[in-house]
Structures are given as C-alpha cells and as structure tokens.
Design a binder for this molecule. Structure first.
Ligand SMILES: NC(=O)C1=CN([C@@H]2O[C@H](COP(=O)(O)OP(=O)(O)OC[C@H]3O[C@@H](n4cnc5c(N)ncnc54)[C@H](O)[C@@H]3O)[C@@H](O)[C@H]2O)C=CC1
Ligand SMILES: O=C(O)/C=C/C=C(\O)C(=O)O
Length: 486
C-alpha cells in the first residue's frame, strides 16, 4: 500500500499519532494509498526546520547559487516528468494530454521563471539633496520574509503549489506546504527532487492533513510562520486571514471567482466558441478563472448557443490515459455532490437545461468515479444563486444582452472579481470594456493565456494581493530602506 508521508527537514516521516486517511482516485474511486495526517507535533517540527534553515546553509547562499539550485529543480521535474504526470492524473483524474501540456510543464517553469525574475530585479535607489550639500543615497534592500506557509488547492496541484514555492524560495524564504487532502502526491514527490538537487534540509517541507482542527489550521496558527499564501475558497481565505491577524502576519489570498465571458456580435464566432468552451470546461471546470457566466450579444445568441451545444456534445469523458478522451471526472465524489446540488438548484430556479445536467453512464468499471456531464443552462434570472455562487464545475449559463453598458453592469454584478474574457474584433471596444471590468485579470480574444511576468490575483472577494513577476516580491520579501548620508 502506497503511503504519503510528511517531508520534514529533508526526510519522509510518519505521523507520531499513526493517523492516516485514504486517498482515492476520482477515476473509479479505487484506493491510491494512505496519507499521514499531521498533528501539532509534525507541523511544529516542519515549521522549526524551516525556521532553522533560514539561518543555516540556505540563508548563506548567494542569489546566484539559489538561482542555480532552483533551475536544477525545474530540470529535475522535467527529467521525472512521467512520474509527476502519473501521480497528478491518478490524484485528479484529469486527462494526461492536459496535464502534460499545462500542469507539469508549468510546475517546472514556476521555478525557472521566478528564479530569473528575482535574480534580475534591480535595487531601487534614490539620491537626495541634503542641507550640507553632500547628499544621501537611499537603497531599497530586500530580505526574505522568513517561513512561508503555503496552503494549496486540488485543482492544479503541482502548478499552484510551485507557483508559490518558486518565488518564495527564489526570494530566500523557506516553506512549509500543506497540499490539499485530495491531492497529496506531486507535492510529496517534490521532496525527493529537492533532495536530489541538493536543496538544503528544512528549506522545503510538507505536512499533510485537512484544514480546520488539522494540519492547515495548525500551520497557519503557528507563531514562527511569517506569512501565509493561499489559493482556494473565499470562506477558507477568511479563516486564514483571521489566523494571520494574530501576530500581524502577511497574507496573499487567491480565492474564488464567478467569471464572466462577454461575446460581442463582432467577434470571430469560431474563436469565441473555442475559447469559451475551454474557459468553461477545461479541467472539468475546476479552474478559478473559469467562465461560469456567458453574456452574448442578442443578434448572435442563437448561433453561439447552438455552436456551444455542438461542441459540448463532442466532449469525450474517459480515463486519463485514454487518448480519445478530453474530459475527466471532478476531483472527488464529495465535490461532485456539491456540483450536482447546483445542477438540481438550476432547474428549481427555472433554468432551461440546454445540454447535460446529470451523471453519465461510464460503464461498470468507471461508474464509481466522480463523473459528471458538462452542462449549459439558459433562462435563469440574474439573481439566481446559480448565477451568483461559484460552482467550480463544468457548467455555464448563457444569457443574451443588448448594449455595451448593460453587459458591463451584468459582468460586474458579482461579489467576485477574479477574471473576465471579452470576445470582439473591435480593439477599441475591447480595451474600453476591459477597463471597466472589476477584476484582476481580463483576457481579450483569449483565456488563460499566461505570461509569468504579469500580475495575477483578484479584486473584491476574489482575493487580496498580487503574485506573479515582480509583484510577488512585495509579499515574499521585506523591503528595508537604507539611507546613507554621504
Ligand atoms: N483554485 C481555486 O480557486 C479553488 C477553489 N475551490 C473552491 O472551494 C470549494 C471547496 O473546496 P475545498 O477543497 O474544500 O477548498 P478549500 O478552500 O477549503 O481548501 C483549499 C486548501 O485550504 C485548506 N484549508 C481548508 N480550511 C482551512 C483552514 N481553516 N485553515 C487552513 N487551511 C485550510 C485545505 O485543506 C486545502 O489545502 C470548491 O468547491 C471550490 O468552489 C477549491 C479549490 C481550488
Ligand atoms: O496560471 C496560474 O498561475 C493559475 C491558474 C489557476 C488558478 O489560480 C486556480 O485555478 O486557482
């Protein structure tokens, strides 16, 4: 039986309590292995190891040495690509074609990109006049923030964990990662890679477990944790913010979304259909950036809806390794129950189910998995819960609109503000609308097109702070002004 242990101070360790929980694949609900659940003792050991490593060999490395090590980590992930791919696809059920395209390459790229960004960051300097005429210089000196707690989600496990670990380590911090209880595998495997590359013990640590009254809460409450970075649900973000308020620790929160897609009549229809299909259904809709509300200019509404239904009908559910399949299961039966509760609610709230709406028959071998049908609704009122709440499944509501002002108001009529996609061939309109959308990210004629140098994060209840490129430096470093009188 496979066991997922904690990775503390360069060693894999079991929980002293002996407590474990099951890890099952959503493909057919079969058992992958047992995960050790950290108690306060393991979390404390991991945080203390991380704290000690700050002043140990890690703190003594030059930026160039750190950059070289992180590049080595990226290369090693690529050398062990298939192991990471197998592990990620077992845990999440996602198609190998997708994970080999997005999850694993980005898992490696996150180390390289941030190592380079930090290494090439200029030091801010201001020369000033002084009454004696000799002047002074001010230098913005950055030091690591310290021990960073990384609370990671299950939807893109390696990608979203390394998105935080990469810049944290590049800035000279040490980390304790708490991966999602649903997806422990690739984070655990990364421990081996760290050892193989010679990353000093204590720099990268992993503790497994759940959130409340478990590893997540113990970690975020630990007084030696200097800052917390989190991706996941908004309500969890609030709990983490409360924990961080004790001791005034810094937070970076990337939370939920209810993202609009806006399709103008002057779009390239096929591009808009292809992009909206991806934005609603890739990763079975389990992407915080996913489009769950689609607004289409009335004159092309029937055509757009018909094309979307044709494309949804072509999606093929199947095992990760099935090369004909492009649509996986949801991450767990529990999450499927949540998404199905919205499928039922949509009908109660008056939706027309244009396609999907249920559970597919996958045959005896797979029917115990977390399979679900991709779904399109129309006809819901703007105040329906299905329109207002994040579902995080393969579904969207499509609604017609008449004017630019109307669609901007509709798009912004949400407590969230993570992302939006605008489809139009009129670039002046695209920019004008994008400027008025209340969100951290707006794509025009694309979706999830990522340049790691750009800022990433949400407005309103979609989060606090920005990561990506140099923006993460504000979170991952302490900025000290050194004023030297000449
Ligand atoms: N990328 C995103 O934006 C994601 C959004 N979600 C949304 O959240 C919903 C619930 O899914 P969950 O996996 O339960 O998300 P979650 O936000 O509860 O979990 C994310 C991570 O936070 C940890 N966590 C939970 N409560 C915590 C606490 N009090 N203190 C410290 N750590 C804590 C979890 O163990 C996990 O590692 C989903 O249905 C979906 O709507 C879920 C995962 C990713
Ligand atoms: O490209 C990225 O860095 C992140 C993408 C997706 C998420 O953040 C998410 O689904 O939570």
């Amino acid at each position: 039986m496979k066991e997922f242990k904690h990775f503390i101070n360069g060693h894999y360790v079991a929980s002293a309590s002996g407590n474990t929980f099951e890890n099952r694949t959503p493909v057919d609900n079969s058992l992958i292995g047992l995960v050790h659940e950290a108690g306060k003792a393991e979390v404390d050991a991991a945080v203390r190891a991380a704290h000690a490593a700050l002043r140990g060999p890690w703190g003594a490395l030059t930026q160039a040495e750190r950059t070289a090590l992180l590049n080595k980590v990226a290369d090693r992930i690529n050398q062990r690509f298939d192991e990471f791919l197998d592990a990620e696809c077992r845990d999440t059920g996602k198609p190998r074609a997708m994970a080999s395209h997005i999850d694993i390459p980005r898992g490696a790229a996150n180390f390289k990109a941030f190592a380079e960004t930090v290494a090439n960051q200029p030091t801010e300097g201001f020369r000033m006049d002084t009454p004696d005429g000799r002047g002074a210089v001010n230098l913005g000196h950055r030091t690591p923030k310290g021990v960073i707690a990384v609370i990671a989600p299950w939807n893109l496990p390696l990608l979203l964990m390394t998105w935080k670990v990469g810049p944290a380590l590049a800035c000279g911090n040490t980390v304790v990662v708490k991966p999602s209880e649903e997806t422990p595998a690739t984070t655990t495997l990364l421990g081996e890679v760290m050892n193989e590359c010679g990353v000093p013990p204590g720099v990268f640590n992993v503790v497994h477990g759940f959130g409340p009254d478990s590893a997540g809460e113990f970690l975020t409450q630990h007084p030696l944790v200097n800052a917390i970075t989190f991706t996941g649900e908004t309500r969890t973000g609030e709990a983490i913010m409360r924990a961080a308020s004790v001791g005034l620790r810094n937070i970076s929160l990337e939370c939920g979304g209810k993202n609009p897609g806006i399709v103008f009549a002057d779009c390239d229809l096929e591009k808009a259909v292809e992009g909206t299909m991806r934005s609603a259904f890739v990763n079975c809709g389990q992407v915080c950036l996913a489009t769950e509300r689609v607004y289409v200019e009335r004159s092309i509404f029937p055509k757009f809806l018909a094309r979307m239904k044709e494309e949804v009908a072509k999606l093929r559910s199947g095992r990760p390794e099935d090369s004909d399949a492009n649509f996986g299961p949801l991450v767990s039966l529990e999450h499927r129950e949540k998404v199905l509760s919205y499928y039922r609610l949509a009908v109660e709230e008056g939706a027309t189910v244009e396609i999907g709406g249920g559970v597919p028959d996958m045959g005896a071998e797979l029917n115990d998995g977390a399979w679900i049908e991709p779904t399109i609704w129309t006809g819901l009122p703007d105040d329906a819960r299905v329109i207002r709440e994040e579902i995080f499944g393969p579904c969207c509501h499509i609604r017609p609109f008449d004017t630019e002002a109307e669609v901007i108001a509709l798009a912004n009529d949400t407590e969230y503000g993570l992302a939006a996609a605008i489809w139009t061939e009129n670039s002046a309109r695209a920019y004008r609308v994008a400027e008025q959308i209340e969100a951290g990210l707006v794509w025009v004629n694309s979706w999830f097109l990522r340049d790691l140098r750009t800022s990433f994060g949400g407005a309103k209840q979609s989060g606090i702070g920005r990561e990506g490129g140099i923006h993460g430096l504000e979170f991952y470093t302490e900025l000290k002004n050194i004023c030297v009188k000449l």
